[in-house]
Design a protein around this ligand. Structure first.
Ligand SMILES: Nc1ncnc2c1ncn2[C@@H]1O[C@H](COP(=O)(O)OP(=O)(O)OP(=O)(O)O)[C@@H](O)[C@H]1O
Length: 254
């Protein structure tokens, strides 16, 4: 990653800040000159059509994309990953892997467990609390391959919760879940934001995002619009994001 010159004054304290981020896969530019700030205490949604670069943005924040230019900081520091828990798209994971719901949630503690240290009582209590919060404690002994889509999503959220991270990044956490579950998961995520975390989710559901989120980022290879739902949710911005021409003529508007 290229580090651009940025004075300490231009860093947003206690925020996840993306500056001039460009991501390429070979000849293809998936994301161009993206600038966006995700604040602690806010639930944010990244919205755009298929192939718009939403997952790429999350992966680039985590340093998981190979060809990246720009800068990502949390609280002015570049050790973003240390403060972040990530929930990838459900279908990118191997659900046939022979582990239980409990094991998956405990994996969220792995970073906190020292070398050759077995989970202690505090780890087990944290996992129990997270599974309860996500509504899957009763399923803790089930093999993950036996779970429904909604149950899997809850298990991934539990794994995220046990990390106690300041920044939560979720890639389409509401895909494939019914309306009631979706509302419960959104409520859980809102709670996490209200506890002071920066919660950022990729979603295709613009109406739901408008209703639940403090901050919306419309994206189509570039950031099309970024701000409060009131600022962002305009016919012009929606058209610019979801029309085909936006891919060729992305522009930025507050
Ligand atoms: N590993 C990769 N190698 C090559 N191209 C990729 C790779 N990952 C993504 N892309 C391309 O980059 C662009 C952005 O992909 P990305 O997955 O970020 O989009 P998205 O907005 O998350 O889409 P969706 O809503 O369909 O999940 C797409 O054109 C995609 O084909």
């Amino acid at each position: 990653m290229t580090h651009l010159a940025c004075t300490p004054e231009c860093y947003a304290p206690d925020a996840l800040q993306v500056q001039n981020l460009t991501v390429r896969y070979g000849q293809h530019t998936a994301l161009e000159e993206a600038n966006v700030t995700f604040h602690l205490g806010e639930l944010s949604a990244i919205i755009g059509p298929n192939g718009a670069g939403k997952s790429t943005l999350l992966k680039a924040i985590l340093g998981l994309t190979p060809d990246v230019h720009g800068e990502v900081t949390f609280g002015g520091r570049q050790d973003v990953r240390r403060h972040t828990a990530y929930v990838p798209q459900q279908q990118t994971l191997d659900w046939a892997f022979p582990v239980t719901v409990w094991d998956v949630a405990m994996m969220g503690r792995t970073g906190r467990l020292g070398w050759l240290r077995w989970p202690g009582r505090a780890d087990r209590e944290r996992v129990k609390a997270a599974l309860e919060q996500a509504g899957v404690y009763d399923l803790r002994q089930r093999h993950i391959g036996e779970l429904s889509g909604g149950q899997r999503q809850r298990v991934l959220l539990a794994r995220m919760l046990v990390r106690d991270a300041a920044v939560l990044l979720l890639d389409e956490p509401l895909t494939g879940v019914d309306q009631a579950t979706s509302a419960q998961l959104l409520s859980l995520l809102r709670g996490q934001a209200e506890q002071g975390r920066a919660v950022v989710m990729v979603t295709h559901d613009l109406e739901q995002a408008r209703e639940w989120c403090d901050h919306l980022t419309l994206i189509n290879r570039r950031i099309i619009a970024d701000g409060t739902p009131q600022q962002v949710y305009t016919p012009h911005n929606i058209e610019a994001t979801f029309s085909r021409s936006a891919l060729a003529y992305g522009h930025q508007e507050a």
